[in-house]
Design a protein around this ligand. Sequence first.
Ligand code: GLA
Length: 398
Amino acid sequence: MRKKDTHTKMKIFILILVGMGSILQAQKFTSLAQTPPMGWNSWNYFACDSLNEEVVKATADAMLNSGMKEAGYQYIVIDDCWQIDRDSKGKIIVDSIKFPHGIKALADYIHSIGLKFGIYSDAGTHTCGGHPGSKDYELIDARTYAEWGVDYLKYDWCNTEGQEVKSSYTKMRDALFKAKRPIVFSICDWGESRTWEWADTVGHLWRTTLDIAPRWDGNRWGNQLGWTEILEKQVGLEKYAGPRHWNDPDMLEVGNPGLNINESKTHFTMWCMLAAPLICGNNLMNMSDSIQAILTNKNLIAIDQDSLGKQGFKIYDEGNFEIWQKPLVNGDIAIAFLNLENKTKDFTFEFNKLPIKGVQGTYKALNLWNNTKLALSDDKINISIPARGVLIYRLSEE
Ligand code: GLA
């Protein structure tokens, strides 16, 4: 009897040790998102009703054929509305009308053309669109994603009444880790918990605001914000971003109805200044050449993807005119002059008097949209910034 007791105690002790070991080891995958993730997500353009397998496959083809893959875009992410129920074992059931060949076949196709595949779920009982969420099914879902070949998970925060935010996200982080397939973990609680203060060890990126709308400013339906409103909410968050942990001001609206070409170009430029994840949200299958040129501009993408991983910050603000700075590798600096007004802005400055931080020595400046050089000197320099436009320069030491 006594021997048996000791044996049981030993067993419990070992179980506790093993349990503690796995808790200690659980972490996010640290080899991912060294630079802000780049890809496409179905939500901003296709939302629920128009999402289906054909759209996603054709979008992946378009990413390849438009030069976007070559420019660095990688992830094809399906957002809400791919899931309809759970089976008797708790495994998620895919909407077979939208995805007749299932998710694994879709992921296989996307991998076969050299891209990566992402999916969406929610920390609560249901997603924002009312589909089954992952609450209490974290491990089974993580294992299903691993089995399907998922590379990226966007994890939303609807229908989470009574749940604590950090532990809910950590639970899914640990489940993903346990499932052993490296998956980028994209946290989407809209910054409501000041996510940037706790999420760097949990996810690779986290939303900082409510949803973006395809608008210059104002809001749509009261809770979706135009991109310039979102931009202003990034001020002060720069210190929280860096390699493997990024602030996410939401997916791009570049090319979507609601923004003209010029406004799309300004939006893209500022997202690159923010070191934002570049997740396109437009219809890649029929985008215009001008939109394609914006999304694949190598000079701009290099600013976003700069290996130093510094988020840009505002250094000057006179209401409708702002200057932003982003530190880059090798002491280079990106400077963006942003004109928020609907008329041309003429600005005269002396380079050495601009409030740029950390400037030492003399610099040359390259205009990143037209590849012309700007001579920087102590003399007065005049620049003209188009209505709702931006001039962006890369400064390099001479
Ligand atoms: C929330 C998210 C969006 C999108 C929808 C889907 O609103 O913030 O980005 O994923 O849910 O229902």
